[in-house]
Design a protein around this ligand. Structure first.
Ligand code: NAD
Ligand SMILES: CC(C)=CCC/C(C)=C/CC/C(C)=C/C=O
Length: 514
């Protein structure tokens, strides 16, 4: 008997093989249907996520669906351009050929979503999969029970349910899905499961995208506008109660500014979430008690400077700041993914860079400084999935930037055209005519030193000569071909020296280095 997961994959594969996911009109229609779903079902989406994560309606739009709408509008507008053949630069050998990249669908994509932004991280890859002409099996996180149910119940009424089935379930269902053969697996979640996904995909040599997390550092330079920096960091840290993949995980700053940083963060917390964040509709909750316990345990060996209140029964943890935190403290051992903000003091930017480089490569890196040199220095001397100076999170909203990790924070990237390219096969195409066979003599045996000389010239030269230059080179190739054809069978030395002289003249004329 086939499992539910096997059936869904087989159904998506069969639908893909009909070819109906490929035409541009189909892709655009499906994307517009998805857009209609987001608009018409705004209420159900917001209600479910309120139950799952205590997100407000405005918060759901701002952090989840707005970005999806933007990505759909962009894909609909640009899709004709993205799917079109992309001509590439040629060498002399291929100057008269048609050489281009043709993006083509990969096949059936598995999308495994995470719970913290359940719409953003599940539907955004789906937009890419549809745009690229694929079928996709969508597996929302079981942790967001209500959201997964809305996705399962309502999405099939809007988009092709055979091409894009939604499969719900937890670990065992996801494992069963991972046993199936896919053409790409797009996983968002923690690094430990990321490794399991990679292992499962390796069995079928399936390419993967891993959108993981990690500890994203935030360096605050002593010369920056501290009130503004702290307001932005407070927003980045406590949005969704710190359960954001790119939340600033910890602050690095000089000891001389630590108290001012604390003071300004305290003011911002009050301004955003009132004196009592527990009653504030814009302040979230920890997803479940397991995570609640995990986060609370991290505070044990550090000094709480702000916040610290909690309520296990409602999974509430107040916006909390820890000061003078030590490198070996519990909170510095893993991604926090909760509303704790440790401050570690460093002697300056060099120590901050050394500290960052000792850890795993983070998903995001934040630098607050008025000095462009400091910003550029940090960028040059570190590595991370993305980097943002003087703000938090907003790089996620720029569709023209690739979003993704590096090293332990993931592999592959998406958003905008990067989603399309990531979920396409970029097929290299070269179309030659069955003419000008003489030009090919230089690569056919018997190989000689002179043939090699010409092969080097034709293969290594990248003709960047403009329209006139290209026309001349075409003429040269035609001459070579004609001469070769005419004198084929005659003395090779005669041929080579004649053509070489002609070429030398033309090359001198067009300043091409011979
Ligand atoms: N880079 C990004 O874009 C991004 C976005 C969101 C979250 N994240 C990261 O995700 C993490 C939080 O998500 P999570 O992992 O708690 O989410 P999660 O528990 O929802 O798990 C993610 C998915 O993995 C599946 N899963 C869980 N255990 C599995 C197993 N043993 N085998 C197969 N599948 C399994 C789940 O069913 C779910 O669909 C954080 O580290 C965060 O930084 C990254
Ligand atoms: C509202 C603006 C300008 C940006 C949104 C930033 C944000 C919180 C995006 C969520 C990113 C995301 C899906 C993270 C995953 O954990």
């Amino acid at each position: 008997r086939m499992s539910r997961e096997q059936k869904a994959v087989e159904c998506a594969r069969k639908a893909f093989l009909t070819g109906r996911s490929k035409p541009l009109e189909h892709r655009i229609r499906q994307l517009k249907n998805l857009q209609r779903f987001l608009l018409e079902r705004e209420k159900e989406i917001a209600e479910a996520i309120k139950k799952d994560l205590n997100k407000s309606e405005a918060g759901t739009q701002l952090y989840e669906t707005l970005g999806l709408e933007g990505e759909i509008v962009l894909a609909v507008k640009k899709l004709a351009e993205w799917v079109a053949p992309r001509p590439v630069e040629k060498n002399l050998l291929t100057i008269s050929d048609t050489v281009y990249i043709q993006p083509e669908p990969l096949g059936v994509v598995l999308i495994i979503g995470a719970w913290n932004y359940p719409w953003a991280v599940t539907i955004q890859p789906l937009i890419g999969a549809i745009a690229a002409g694929n079928a996709a099996v969508v597996k929302p996180s079981e942790v967001c029970v209500h959201t997964a149910k809305v996705m399962e119940d309502l999405l099939p009424a809007y988009i092709d349910k055979e091409l894009y089935p939604v499969v719900t379930g937890g670990v065992s269902e996801t494992q069963e899905l991972l046993r199936q053969r896919f053409d790409h697996v797009f996983y968002t979640g923690n690094s430990m499961v990321g490794k399991l996904v990679m292992e499962a995909a390796a069995k079928h040599l399936t390419p993967i995208t891993l959108e993981l997390g990690g500890k994203s550092p935030c360096y605050i330079d002593k010369n920056c506008d501290i009130p503004i920096a702290c307001r932005r960091v407070t927003w980045g840290k406590y949005s969704n109660c710190g359960q954001t993949c790119i939340a600033p995980d910890y602050i690095l700053c000089e000891p001389s500014i630590q108290d001012r940083v604390l003071e300004e963060i305290k003011k911002s917390i009050k301004a955003f979430y009132t004196e009592d964040p527990k009653t504030c509709p814009d302040y979230g909750r920890i997803i479940n008690q397991r995570h609640f316990k995990r986060i609370m345990a991290m505070t044990e060996d550090s000094t709480i400077a702000i916040g610290g209140d909690s309520d296990e029964s409602t999974c509430y943890i107040a916006p909390t700041v820890l000061k003078d935190v030590q490198v070996n403290s519990k909170v510095m051992q893993e991604e926090i993914f909760g509303p704790l903000l440790p401050i570690l003091t460093v002697s300056g930017v060099d120590e901050a860079i050394n500290f960052i480089n000792k850890g795993e490569k983070p998903l995001a890196l934040y630098i607050f400084s008025p000095d462009d040199k400091v910003i550029k220095k940090v960028i040059a001397e570190t590595s991370s999935g993305g980097v943002l100076a003087n703000d938090c999170l907003v790089h996620y909203s720029v569709s023209a930037l690739p979003f993704g990790g590096v090293g332990n924070s993931g592999m592959g990237s998406y958003h905008g055209k990067f989603s399309f390219d990531n979920l396409s096969h970029l097929r290299g195409c070269l179309i030659k005519q069955l003419k000008m066979e003489g030009v090919n003599d230089m690569r056919y045996p018997p190989h000689t030193a002179k043939k090699l000389f010409w092969a080097r010239f034709f293969i290594l030269k990248n003709p960047d000569l403009g329209w006139l230059g290209r026309m001349t080179l075409l003429a040269i190739i035609a001459v070579v071909a004609a001469v070769v054809l005419q004198v084929r069978g005659k003395e090779e030395t005669f041929l080579i020296s004649t053509v070489r002289k002609r070429l030398q003249w033309r090359c001198i004329l067009f300043e091409v280095e011979l």
